[in-house]
Each structure stands twice: as C-alpha cells, then as structure tokens.
Design a protein around this ligand. Sequence first.
Ligand SMILES: NC(=O)c1ccc[n+]([C@@H]2O[C@H](COP(=O)([O-])OP(=O)(O)OC[C@H]3O[C@@H](n4cnc5c(N)ncnc54)[C@H](O)[C@@H]3O)[C@@H](O)[C@H]2O)c1
Ligand SMILES: O=C(O)C[C@H](O)C(=O)O
Length: 325
Amino acid sequence: MAQTPVKVTVTGAAGQIGYALLFRIASGQLLGADVPVKLSLLEIPQAVKAAEGTAMELDDCAFPLLSGIEITDDPNVAFDGANVALLVGAMPRKAGMERGDLLEANGGIFGPQGKAINDHAAGDIRVLVVGNPANTNALIAQQHAPDVPAERFTAMTRLDHNRALSQLAAKLQVPVTEIKKMTIWGNHSATQYPDLFHAEVGGKIAAELVDEGWLRDTFIPTVAKRGAAIIEARGASSAASAANAAIDHVYDWVNGTEWTSAAIPSDGSYGVPEGIISSFPVASRDGKWEIIQGLEIDAFSRERIDASVRELEEERDAVRQLGLI
Ligand SMILES: NC(=O)c1ccc[n+]([C@@H]2O[C@H](COP(=O)([O-])OP(=O)(O)OC[C@H]3O[C@@H](n4cnc5c(N)ncnc54)[C@H](O)[C@@H]3O)[C@@H](O)[C@H]2O)c1
Ligand SMILES: O=C(O)C[C@H](O)C(=O)O
C-alpha cells in the first residue's frame, strides 16, 4: 500500500446511516478499489462508546484498504487533515415533520463543524452534507469556512436522483441503466423537482414516454415524498439507501461522471440566485462539479424549480435570523 491514505471524516458515525456507510468506505467503494483510507469518526460524547463498538467491527473485517480509525468528540481533531468530510450527524425527522422543521435543532451543529473544517482540513477537502435540512446545513457550514473554496461544500440529492431512476424504470419496465440524464432540481425537500423533460430512455425524452397525469400526480410526489414514506413504513428514516447515495455522490465527484444530480453552490445558472446550495444537473470533471448548461426550461419546469429555490431562500433567511450564518 504505497499511496498515502485518504482521510475520510464521518460525523454521526454511531448513527444508523453511519453504520451503513462506514463498512462501504473501508471496503473501497467511496473512492476506489485501490485507494487506502483512514477513517475519522466524530460523535457526541454520549455516543463515542457506540462508535468504538463500530470501530471494533471495522477492525474485525480486516479491510485491506483501511489504514486506521480514529474516534473523537472534538471536531478540531476529527477534521484535522481531512480530505473528505461526510457530515451525517444530525437529528432525523419523525413522522409528520418536514425536513425544514429540523433547521433550528440541527443548524447549530454545522457552524462549528464548518469552522473546524476551515481551520484544520486538508487543502483538497470535499464536504458532503447529509444531515437535514441538507442544503441549508451545507450553506451554514460553508459560511463558517471562508478559507475553503465555496464549491467544496455540497449537499446530497443523489438519493432523490436514485429514487427517480427507480420509479421511472419500474413504470417503463426498463433497467435503470437505460435511463440517462435524470435531474433533481432545488431543495432536498418535498418541493424538489425531479425532471423528466431532459431525462432520456433509449434515446427518447422520458416525459414523452409517460402520460402527463402520471408525471405530475404520481412520479413527482412519489419521489419528493419518498423520505416520508420510508419513515412511515420503517419507523425510522432511510439509512442504507442514504449511505449508498453518499457513496455515489463522492465516488462520482472524485472519479468523474457525465451527468448526475448534486446540490452545489449556484453560480446564477438557470436563474438560481448565486450562492444558494441547490440541486442541479451536474457533471464532474477533474474532480470538480460543473453545472450542465444550455438546457431549455419550459413553463412547467420553471414553476417547480422556482418554488423549490424560493424555499431555499426562505431557509437561508431563517438561519440568518437565527444567527446561524
Ligand atoms: N440528504 C439525504 O438524502 C438524507 C437521507 C437520509 C437521512 N438524512 C439525514 O441524515 C441525518 C442522520 O440520520 P441517521 O438516520 O443516521 O440519524 P441517527 O439519529 O441514527 O444518527 C445521527 C447520529 O448523529 C450523532 N450526532 C448528533 N449531533 C452530532 C454532532 N454535533 N457531531 C457529531 N455527531 C452528532 C448522534 O449521536 C447520532 O449517532 C438526519 O438528519 C437525517 O434526516 C439525510
Ligand atoms: O426524509 C427524511 O427525513 C430522510 C431523508 O432525507 C430521506 O429523504 O429519506
């Protein structure tokens, strides 16, 4: 193992997503099958013991790529020299709540973590926020890290993207691999807009392969409210699928992709105000996300993108009022 291990910091490591995530990172699925990793697990003091138990299990897997595990309740230690930070640690919502209801409870976590990233992380740090409300928590962390390039702070809409792929594949009875150019726009919330007007199936526009009623009244709400449906069915929020999406997001960011969805800081593209961390159609080239340009946005899509972006602006204004940014 000649290569220097990549330090991956995972917050909320003793939680349910953490448990579904850590073993996959250690096995090489986050960065590549030839990239050694060092894990840093950040937890609150009461959960450090549980994180230690997970670390014992990681040891017991004898993963060839896992070069070390550190466990701490101090963000300054956890992010010291970190190359990748997965900010998972936050309270999940319960049945009947919207993700935005977590703003006040969870927002306070992300400022100090952003500052610790600013002060201690490696120069190439990449941050993925999973803890909800993910887009606005990413904004909070970013605003506390003025020395880190703003575009290194991202939030996860890959789970929504994957959900959209599966719902469409089931409807059209095609393998998910036949679907290209799927896009989630906006917030990781019930206002998100899964877009079938640019998605393609076997070279045809997906929106033309389904009837408008299904697209509007079934597809969009099913994808947008899938998180709530999982909570209702499982009695707990999604965990393995969320961990899977985090793996997909970071793998593609580092290794490249021609088209996926990720929430990244807007540069003003598609009328999304600059700085808002919104989901876009993105490619990753040379380790950087790029918003895919030049898509025509019709009135149906415009209305939905604008509604989700408005919600992001409201969340930004709310955390400003709370003094979190
Ligand atoms: N973006 C997405 O698509 C997506 C998908 C699923 C879940 N989520 C969100 O991910 C978050 C975690 O979900 P979960 O099911 O793993 O929750 P969980 O309650 O099982 O685990 C959360 C863990 O975070 C820890 N934690 C709390 N505050 C912390 C802090 N300041 N520093 C470090 N650790 C801290 C807790 O001790 C706990 O172990 C929730 O906010 C959930 O809503 C997001
Ligand atoms: O919906 C939630 O609260 C959890 C997560 O964001 C999800 O989409 O499954």
